[in-house]
Design a protein around this ligand. Structure first.
Ligand code: FEO
Length: 396
C-alpha cells in the first residue's frame, strides 16, 4: 500500500512489523522497522531507493499499482546497503536499461553486491537532476554511515531525502512523526544514533552544518527508516547536533556479568553508594547476559560514567563482558569516565584487565577499580558502597 506524502511525492516502501534483528543479529529492533522508498511523479518520474531483498517481489508488485514501471525515468540509490538496494535486481530485471544515480562509492558497492553492469550515473554534492519544473539536488554524505551514502533535496517541495540519517527502526502504520507515540519514537531515534552513528559524530556535526549553510528550506525530512518528519522537522536535526557533541546525561550505568552472584552483589552495593552520594544521578544496572546489548549501549550513550564488572575466570574476564567492551571500543565513545569491579577466588586478574580494556576502548579510567575475595562480607560491602561514592566524586 502506498502513502501520499505531498503533491507528486509518494511513499512506496515496506513496513516490516516482524523484524526483531537487523544487520544480521547485530542490532535489536523491538519495534520492527520500515524500508522507505519514494516515488516522485513530475514530468520525469524518479524512484528513490528500494527495500530489503526479502520484500523485493512484493515491492515491485506494489510499485506497479502506482506507476507503469516503464514510465520510471531513473532511480536514485542514496545508499547501497541491502536494506535499501535489495530490491534493485528484481526491479532492474523489468527495466534493465534505466539509469541509476549514485555516488562513485555507490557504484563500487552496488557492483560489489550484485555484479551487474547497470547504467550508473555518478553524482557529487551540488549536482542537479532536472525533473521538469523541479530539481533534485544531490548531497554526498560519506561515512554517514557507509562511504557511499548521499542525500537528495527536492526543490519547490522542500523535501530532504536523508536516507539513514534521522531515521529509526520503528514500524508504524501512520508513517508521519506527528502521528506516532513521541516517547517510543525518540527512544528508537536515540538508540539508532547511539548504536550506529556514534563513531561518526564528528562527521555528523560537519555534514549538518554544511547542509544548514545551503539555507535550503526544509518542510519534510524523508528518511529511509521509520517516520517522515513533517511536523517541526528540524527537531531531529537539533537532536543530532546535541547527540553528536559528546552527549551525556546525569547517569551512571553499571554493566556486569556474574557466575555465583558475588559480582552481582558488588554491582548492587556500588549502586547504593552512588545513590547515597548523589540521589539526582540516574543509576542503571544490567546483567549483560540477561540484557539486550543494544539497549545497554543506549544507556552507555546517555551516561556520564560507567562501571564494568566481571569475576575472574581462567585468569581473565567473562567473554560476555569482553565482547561488550569491544563493542564500545568500536563505537568510540568520548569523554566518559569508567572504572571496574569484580570478585575472585584466587588469582584475581579481572579488574586489572577490565581497566586496561576500558582504557583501550577510549574511556577515562578512574582509580584501580575494586576486587572482592569470594562473597562480599561486611567490610567488603562497605568498601563497595564507598567505591560507588568515590566514583561519583570523581565524575562530578
Ligand atoms: Fe539502512 Fe545503512 O542502511
Amino acid at each position: 500500500m502506498n502513502i501520499h506524502i505531498k503533491n507528486n511525492v509518494y511513499w512506496v516502501g515496506k513496513i516490516d512489523w516482524e523484524l526483531r534483528k537487523f544487520h544480521g543479529d547485530e542490532y535489536s529492533t523491538h519495534k520492527g522497522s520500515t524500508y522507505n522508498s519514494y516515488l516522485i511523479k513530475e514530468e520525469k518520474s524518479v524512484l528513490i531507493d528500494t527495500v530489503w531483498k526479502p520484500f523485493a517481489k512484493e515491492f515491485v508488485d506494489n510499485l506497479r499499482n502506482e506507476i507503469d514501471l516503464k514510465k520510471i525515468d531513473c532511480i536514485i540509490a542514496n545508499h547501497a546497503e541491502v536494506d535499501h538496494s535489495g530490491a534493485l535486481p528484481e526491479l532492474m530485471s523489468h527495466i534493465p536499461n534505466i539509469p541509476i544515480y549514485c555516488t562513485a562509492n555507490g557504484v563500487k558497492s552496488l557492483r560489489g553486491h550484485y555484479h551487474k553492469d547497470w547504467d550508473f550515473r555518478v553524482v557529487k554534492t551540488g549536482d542537479k537532476l532536472n525533473l521538469g519544473s523541479k530539481e533534485l539536488i544531490f548531497i554526498e554524505a560519506p561515512m554517514l554511515h557507509w562511504p557511499d551514502n548521499m542525500m537528495c533535496y527536492l526543490t519547490a517541495e522542500n523535501i530532504l531525502f536523508s536516507n539513514d540519517a534521522f531515521g529509526q527502526h520503528y514500524a508504524s502504520e501512520y508513517l508521519f512523526n506527528d502521528l506516532v507515540d513521541q516517547n517510543e519514537l525518540f527512544i528508537e531515534c536515540m538508540k539508532y544514533y547511539a548504536n550506529i552513528l556514534t563513531p561518526f559524530s564528528s562527521l555528523v556535526l560537519k555534514k549538518i552544518n554544511e547542509v544548514l549553510s545551503f539555507n535550503l528550506p526544509v518542510d519534510h525530512i524523508c528518511t529511509s527508516h521509520g517516520v517522515i518528519w513533517r511536523k517541526d522537522p528540524t527537531q531531529i536535526v537539533n537532536k543530532y547536533l546535541e547527540w553528536a557533541d559528546n552527549y551525556k546525561e546525569n547517569q551512571i550505568t553499571i554493566v556486569y556479568d556474574t557466575m555465583w552472584e558475588s559480582t552481582r552483589q558488588m554491582a548492587e552495593y556500588i549502586a547504593h553508594g552512588i545513590r547515597q552520594a548523589d540521589d539526582t544521578i540516574n543509576v542503571k544496572l544490567y546483567n549483560l547476559s540477561k540484557s539486550d546489548k543494544n539497549d545497554v549501549i543506549l544507556d552507555i550513550f546517555k551516561s556520564n560514567g560507567i562501571l564494568i564488572g566481571s569475576p575472574t575466570i581462567n585468569k581473565g574476564i567473562l567473554t560476555s563482558i569482553a565482547g561488550f567492551i569491544e563493542e564500545m571500543r568500536g563505537l568510540n565513545f568520548k569523554n566518559k569516565k569508567a572504572s571496574s569491579f569484580g570478585s575472585y577466588g584466587w588469582s584475581g586478574e579481572s579488574v586489572k584487565m577490565l581497566n586496561e580494556s576500558l582504557r583501550h576502548a577510549g574511556f577515562v579510567v578512574i582509580g584501580e577499580g575494586i576486587r572482592v575475595l569470594w562473597n562480599p562480607d561486611h567490610d567488603a560491602i562497605s568498601e563497595c558502597i564507598e567505591f560507588g561514592k568515590n566514583f561519583v566524586s570523581n565524575i562530578n
